[in-house]
Design a protein around this ligand. Structure first.
Ligand SMILES: Nc1nc2c(ncn2[C@@H]2O[C@H](COP(=O)(O)OP(=O)(O)O)[C@@H](O)[C@H]2O)c(=O)[nH]1
Ligand SMILES: [Mg+2]
Length: 159
């Protein structure tokens, strides 16, 4: 593996804060809207870059809706690590649970970032079923709190 460049894919349910997280890491990140005839709604993709410990980190945001599983599959090809963004103001959803199971089975390094911890309704414990022995920092993508630090820690744990 070429560890000077890392592809990190950001998973999570719709509205979990994936785009906001990528923007917090890279204010110049790009959001791409793909509107294809075969697809009834817009697929939004995010792409951000940053440099950590002299490594180029490429962040790819995936669409959260279940029907875009094929897009998640394509974006996952060749990924070095994954971050699952979880909305701690909502209960654990099926998609997030399924993504965590798939990642665990694949052996790919991953973390669960417990997002929206600035919010009064935030209850990180809702995700305890998927955070057992997984790096799962509490972050706020909206305020930026603990975002870059957690990404750095995750990368230092595995690369
Ligand atoms: N309070 C709070 N709101 C957040 C946070 N992160 C994202 N949001 C809000 O949650 C909504 C969905 O965020 P977005 O990044 O578009 O989610 P995505 O669908 O996963 O890309 C937006 O209204 C964000 O402003 C956070 O850390 N705290
Ligand atoms: Mg988004």
């Amino acid at each position: 593996m070429d560890c000077s460049r890392l592809k990190i894919v950001i998973f999570g349910a719709y509205n979990a804060g994936k785009s906001t997280f990528i923007r917090a890491i890279d204010p110049e990140s790009h959001h791409v809207e793909a509107n294809k005839c075969e697809i009834p709604t817009t697929v939004g993709l995010d792409f951000g870059r940053t440099l950590i410990n002299n490594r180029k980190i490429y962040l790819f945001g995936t669409p959260g809706q279940e029907r875009f599983e094929f897009v998640r599959d394509i974006l996952s090809r060749g990924m070095d690590g994954a971050i699952v963004v979880a909305d701690t103001t909502r209960d654990l959803d099926e998609l997030t649970e399924q993504i965590c199971q798939t990642l665990r089975a694949s052996g790919c390094p991953y973390a669960v970032f417990l997002n929206k911890c600035d919010h009064p309704d935030s209850r990180p414990g809702r995700y305890s079923a998927v955070t057992d022995s997984v790096f799962s920092p509490e972050i706020s993508a909206a305020t930026g709190r603990n975002t870059a630090e957690s990404l750095r820690t995750f990368l230092e744990m595995h690369f």
